[in-house]
Ligand binder design. Structure first.
Ligand SMILES: CC(C)(COP(=O)(O)OP(=O)(O)OC[C@H]1O[C@@H](n2cnc3c(N)ncnc32)[C@H](O)[C@@H]1OP(=O)(O)O)[C@@H](O)C(=O)NCCC(=O)NCCS
Length: 426
């Protein structure tokens, strides 16, 4: 690990300190080789004063127990009908898993406790079908959770609930995680699964605004794998209930959890309730940010030096790429109306966010703007990133003759001898 990675992590600490994360772990992950690393990562989060609550599922274990005993489970994930045999399997599987999690946490010197906090009632009869021992979360005993957390104890919650008469019901672990996250006003709900994240029609969704995910589920739920649709639905519900960030990660990957939590672009899926990254027009207060952002590139002669006055004069041409309200990149589009050409300029991505597609997003953004304006051609001048514009932006090498006359004059005067790149927009 590099020291600069540590700096990257440190920027998140004030944001996360004393806040609550809910980790909803699929049963299959508990028996995975990476489980010990995952528990170590939980210990690391605790050491940073992040309160972590663990909720777990049990469907993989119910399935194998049913096979072992040669009985048929009426349902695996607590969403369908739970008959008496399946409840029995669920109790055995869940107790075993809770125990394994407690073991994993104590191996990392964490104090942990089985938290009996889910008050449930039977789902009852739906469309004429009695769901028997399948329960619905009625209430979460938040007081008990708060007192455990205050004493530095990690609560571990199985997918089981009790009613007032002490009867046990099998509840869906995604539903438990959502209810707990809502009650504790968690800032993150993280589904730890055996998949890379939410995959829609074969492609991983790296990040998505909740409204967009809601639309996808409504219009094409079949585009998600059946075992992931519940995660997608609960992610949507969680954001609607005020949880700002929901992650779906692969718990079998070494850096799955930390990579997702301590980076603006993790390996899994992030569903966010509000604008997380966006491109916006620069404001006067951004002039300094633009200068600070581009300072290094100016020194390395990658970008032309621009004074405060020069930026202010054409401030309307500049755009800022923000991640969680931090400016991490910038770009400008200068328009030459007479020649019907545009120049993409001052493209810079801060080194902490390089190689994550931000540059490409900004090129695409400027290109879209240029098309909206009906420009015929987009130009870019670059000394050290010309192959980038060619391979990632679809530009081709041009000559200074392609530049509009006023720009050509400045080009000759600067002596920078940048390469001229052109993209026809027709
Ligand atoms: C060039 C720059 C904008 C790329 O931004 P970015 O967000 O890191 O790039 P993306 O994530 O969109 O693309 C990354 C890809 O581009 C390649 N790339 C990055 N910089 C490159 C360069 N200078 N030349 C050629 N390829 C480059 C990476 O190797 C990576 O390739 P891969 O996807 O095949 O692995 C950024 O490195 C930068 O700000 N450079 C300094 C300023 C500059 O030169 N600006 C252009 C002049 S206007």
């Amino acid at each position: 690990m590099k020291l600069t990675d540590l700096r990257g992590i440190l920027q998140y600490i004030p944001q996360f300190r004393e806040k609550t994360f809910i980790l909803a772990i699929d049963g299959a992950i508990v028996t995975d080789d990476n489980f010990a690393t995952l528990m170590l990562d939980v210990a690391l989060l605790w050491s940073l004063n992040i309160r972590v609550v663990l909720v777990h599922g049990a469907s993989a274990q119910i399935k194998s127990l049913a096979e072992h005993h040669q009985v048929k489970a009426s349902d695996l994930d607590g969403a369908g009908v739970t008959d008496a045999t399946t409840l029995d399997l669920a109790l055995t599987a869940a107790n075993r898993l809770t125990h394994e999690i407690l073991e994993g946490l104590s191996a990392n010197d964490l104090r942990a406790a089985y938290a009996n906090v889910i008050v449930a009632h039977p789902v009852g009869i739906l469309q004429g079908v009695n769901h028997l021992f399948t329960g619905k979360v009625e209430r979460v005993d938040a007081d008990l959770l708060h007192s455990l957390l205050a004493q530095g104890v990690v609560p571990v919650i199985p997918p089981l609930g009790f009613d007032g008469d002490g009867k046990t019901y099998r509840v869906n672990s995604d539903g438990v995680a959502l209810a707990v996250a809502e009650q504790l006003k968690a800032i993150k709900l993280i589904f730890v699964t055996a998949q890379d994240g939410l995959i829609y029609r074969g492609t991983l969704i790296p990040q998505m605004l909740v409204g967009e995910l809601g639309r996808l589920i409504q219009q094409d739920a079949g585009g998600f794998a059946p075992e992931m649709i519940s995660k997608a639905q609960h992610a949507t519900a969680a954001c609607a209930a005020g949880i700002p960030r929901v992650h779906v990660i692969n718990g079998t990957l070494d850096e799955g959890l930390l990579g997702e939590v301590f980076s603006n672009h993790g390996l899994g899926t992030l569903i966010y309730a509000n604008e997380y990254e966006h491109i916006r027009p620069a404001k006067k207060k951004d002039v300094r940010a633009i200068q600070l952002l581009t300072k290094q590139a100016v020194e390395a002669e990658e970008l032309m030096k621009r004074s405060r006055g020069v930026i202010e004069k054409s401030l309307g041409d500049y755009f800022i790429f923000e991640i969680d309200k931090n400016p991490v990149a910038c770009v400008a589009l200068h328009v030459y109306p007479e020649e019907n050409q545009g120049e993409l300029a001052c493209l810079y991505v801060s080194s902490s966010h390089e190689n994550q597609g931000v540059g490409r997003k900004l090129i695409q953004f400027v290109e879209n703007k240029a098309r909206e304006l009906g420009l015929r051609e987009l130009l870019a001048l670059s000394t050290q990133a010309f192959t980038y514009f060619q391979s990632k932006g679809g530009f081709v090498e041009g000559t200074p003759d392609d530049l509009p006359p006023p720009r050509r004059e400045k080009y000759e005067q600067s002596g920078r001898r940048s390469k001229v790149l052109v993209k026809k927009l027709g």
